[in-house]
Design a protein around this ligand. Structure first.
Ligand code: ZN
Length: 347
């Protein structure tokens, strides 16, 4: 949405680097002794922070997006894949060089006997359960460890989950919770099958690639209310629903800790090729309807644009080839919302 912002940021970083290297006087420096172990410890710490940030952003997006995806099922393509309203972290989600961190961070309190008994080196972990979702009703809780899925091993977890969610609305989970092994049956429901994920980036932005919606960590941090994020999600979902043909989505591939997942290249380029001002206006207006239908009143939603304008003053009043100015977007959104609320009151 805000490409210009990214360029500004790159420019800023380059200028900063350049000005740092241009200082004339030479300073004698003593490099501190750094061992490989020091470095590895610090890398582990930073990866741990990254993984926890991804989980907390995923949770926030999941709580906001699940009711939106559920209440808009009538305008989405049907593919028969069920949603259980639960998101997981799994070792396979991390890039291979980080796989060794998974157990240390997210499986750390599990008794060694379970790894032997179930013949695996890690277990998937429940990171988010959407309120009032099937998993919520079946008493699945955040922090639950998945020992078995439909009585089978969790090896190849996501592939299995995708298959099971297509085959049946019923899913059996064997769970480890506080040293207790529990069995739960979850009865899935139909929702819009688009994954809404967090993506690391210092620029507040959001993307849709037909299959998923990505909201940057910067956008999540810039937003101050659920309504603001609900609108961003609504806008990107409008692109997926009305501007793309993809219909193979599955909750099984909603990643929480996979910080390398990004909009698909093919669709990403087509996004720029085919996005036009009329599509952006449509996404804004339909996005309002989608988020409103998801149960968000969207009061003060335009505060997001106003805050964003502080970072990009040129966007306050200038429209680009693709986007209307932030001022015009805010007015369009307000008026659409007012019309929507009026017609809802008349019903
Ligand atoms: Zn857009």
């Amino acid at each position: 949405m805000m490409k210009a912002y990214l360029y500004l940021l790159i420019l800023f970083v380059l200028t900063f680097l350049f000005s740092c290297t241009m200082k004339k006087e030479s300073v004698s420096i003593m490099l501190p002794k750094i061992t490989l172990k020091d470095e590895q410890q610090e890398i582990f710490l930073q990866k741990k922070i990254l993984i926890y940030e991804m989980i907390s952003a995923t949770k926030e997006l999941h709580q906001i997006s699940w009711p939106i995806l559920k209440n808009n099922v009538d305008i989405c393509k049907k593919n028969g894949s069920y949603s259980f309203g639960v998101l997981y972290a799994s070792k396979e989600d991390l890039p291979s060089q980080d796989a060794k961190f998974y157990k240390k961070i997210l499986n750390k309190n599990i008794n060694a006997k379970y790894f032997t008994k179930y013949n695996v080196d890690s277990f998937p972990l429940v990171v988010s359960v959407a309120k009032n979702s099937p998993a919520f009703k079946a008493n699945i809780l955040e922090g639950d460890i998945i020992l078995l899925i439909n009585d089978t091993s969790t090896l190849g977890f996501r592939k299995k989950l995708k298959k099971f969610a297509l085959e049946s609305s019923k899913l059996k989970l064997t769970i480890l919770r506080n040293q207790e092994v529990l069995e739960r049956e979850v009865v899935g429901t139909n929702i819009c099958n688009y994954n809404v994920q967090a993506i690391p980036s210092p620029a507040p932005n959001a993307f849709a690639d037909g299959e998923k919606v990505f909201i940057t960590l910067a956008a999540i941090k810039l937003a101050r209310t659920k309504d603001e994020l609900a609108f961003l999600i609504g806008h990107e979902l409008a692109h997926n629903i009305f501007h793309y043909m993809y219909d193979k989505g599955s909750e099984a591939y909603n990643f929480a800790i996979n910080y390398t997942d990004s909009p698909k290249i093919k669709s990403f380029s087509s996004f720029f090729l085919y996005s036009s001002q009329s599509k952006e206006i449509e996404a804004d207006l339909k996005g309002v309807e989608i988020a409103f239908k998801g149960g968000y009143s969207l009061d003060n939603v335009n505060d997001y644009w106003r805050r964003l304008s502080v970072f990009n003053p040129e966007m306050i009043s200038s429209s680009s080839f693709i986007y209307k100015s932030n001022a015009l977007r805010a007015i369009m959104i307000s008026k659409t919302l007012r019309k929507l609320k009026n017609s809802n009151e008349k019903k």
